[in-house]
Ligand binder design. Sequence first.
Ligand code: BES
Ligand code: ZN
Length: 670
Amino acid sequence: MHSDPLSRLVLELRRGAHRVPAAALLLLTLFSACAGPGDDSSEAGIGDSTPAVVDSQSFARPDQVAVRELALDLDVDFDNRRLEGTASLHLDRRAPNAQELVLDTRQLEIRKVTLGDGQEVDFTLGEEVPLLGQSLTIPIQPDTEVVHVEYATSPDAIALQWLEPEQTAGGEHPFLFTQSQPTFARTWIPLQDTPQVRLTYKATVRVPAELLALMSASNPQQRSSDGIYRFEMPQAIPSYLIALAVGDLSFQSLGEHTGVYAEPPVLEAAAWEFDDTEAMLTRAEKLYGSYRWERFDILVLPPSFPFGGMENPRLTFATPTIIAGDRSLVTLVAHELAHSWSGNLVTNATWEDLWLNEGFTVYFERRIMEELEGRQYSEMLAELGYQDLQAALEEYGPESSKTQLHLKVGQEDDPDEVFSDIAYEKGYFFLRTIEETVGRERFDNFLRTYFDRYAFQPMASDQFVAYLRQALVSGDDSLEEALRIDEWVYEPGLPANVSEPAPDAFEGVDRQLAALAAGTAPGQIDRTGWTTHHWLHFLRNLPEDLTADDLARLDKALAFTQAGNAEIKNEWLQLAIAHDYAAAYPALESFLTSMGRIKFLAPLYRALAETEEGRARGLEIYQQARPLYHPLAVGAVDHILGWQQQDSATETPDEGTEAAEEAPPQEDAA
Ligand code: BES
Ligand code: ZN
């Protein structure tokens, strides 16, 4: 794993301010790593309005045959960290004389393939391509309707994290969860792993009887007596939204269509934190049309969950680090809910157009928050987002192609040099700018129609741009000129027509920052009514030339080291490291060993790696923490700390060193 390009994604995780850069980066790291199995194909569109775009991240040829339904039958084996069973794939023929079905696989053991009539067939596993895995080619007959693949996953499967009881809140039962986005579904299911193909699914899953199993599908609210669970997802979804979690989980209702699953010790706090979920759903429907997925439940994962949230349909996965005790971080719920339209309903056709998922979702998320909390609140979110965007632009330089919304990442591009926040925040500001230019009512109508018209379909940048011109601009030359559509989507940098956040979003905080700079004691600053977002703005905008003594004074008055809020803690600990404020180091260590969210791990380890002493401290902490982290987080932090070079000897279990014993079994995951 030491040359694993996945771990290089971390190179771009410059600041804590960036949100999910890991994820975004990951995508692009993937692009440039391969020759593009689809490159030689001139794929025609799939379905009516499907753009003719090639997904270089998949071996599948859905123009020939597409899988329209999946039936899974799986045993969950915690002892061997293995899923074992059968995937039955129901086919939709698109080319009448298609003779083979090509699937994506990675780290899978394929045991047997039979056609619907029971006939066993010889399958071919292609050569292993870094990060993409292996194609699985199955010969089919003209009348083949279904193909059964018997298989098992690897204990290192990158989509799967198998947790020991100690890694859970309850401490008594093991836990398993999947993370399929963007291209990891193929590490636990053989399928066409491209967002251009949608499928419905059914599953039978057998787990230890004391555990509950959940999927991105119809879900039980109680344990079964025999550990057998049956699921159905009747709405067609792309492969990256197939998800499974197994653990000691209980359910609590939040409203008619909403609820939360969590381990028993977390459930009550989670239900309190997410109290607004049903209201978010109601507001969202009012904005952009009916919710198509029947239920919206939230699953709170153990703290090693590597992301903030993941929009698995009907069952959003969420990090416990948003349970702040004051509901101040629930924008993340609005975000994942918004994906029920942008992403899950209208889906980016390839990962090069991630902005069509994430930028739209940030826009929608802020509209939901505006409905619930008012304009001032959503303007604070926009301002923090603008700061993130500016940081990303600065990092890459305004000329960099990584600052385009539509990304073209070819083989010649350096995988270490890819992007982060652009899809989220430049995407958001593009839509905000359109709204401001044409007016809210007109833009909302446009979006409502867009989600409706392209529901359950893939979408590419070109197609969106064409639709925007047709449905909104409709030949109005001055509007065309005002919007600068092509500049936004296809060019680097930030167009001059950007609709900036209200300059007074943090007026009160800015005033106190000025007072502080002018000598007011930290204890004297007026922080009446400040919420998490005010504090984030405050911490991000402190003068750069602070000393450790200054931090001590701030800490004494404002108790940042003791902050229970993970976002605030993250900002503060970055400052503590940068200014060598040693009193915060015990808190740093306990933060880094108690959760595995990459958004926090990366900037903190990165800050530590700035100095030799810090790096040594980081390595010491990482030694304990590494076995607790998700394979994606391990890849990221290994790279930041240069774990492999520095400690490569300790990586070989034969060496019998401490580190070798502590290393988790996911070494080759990527
Ligand atoms: N779908 C993303 C997470 C993701 C993106 C995973 C790309 C893998 C590849 C999810 O909706 C997301 O954006 N999560 C954010 C939260 C959000 C409020 C910005 C996160 O995890 O921090
Ligand atoms: Zn998202």
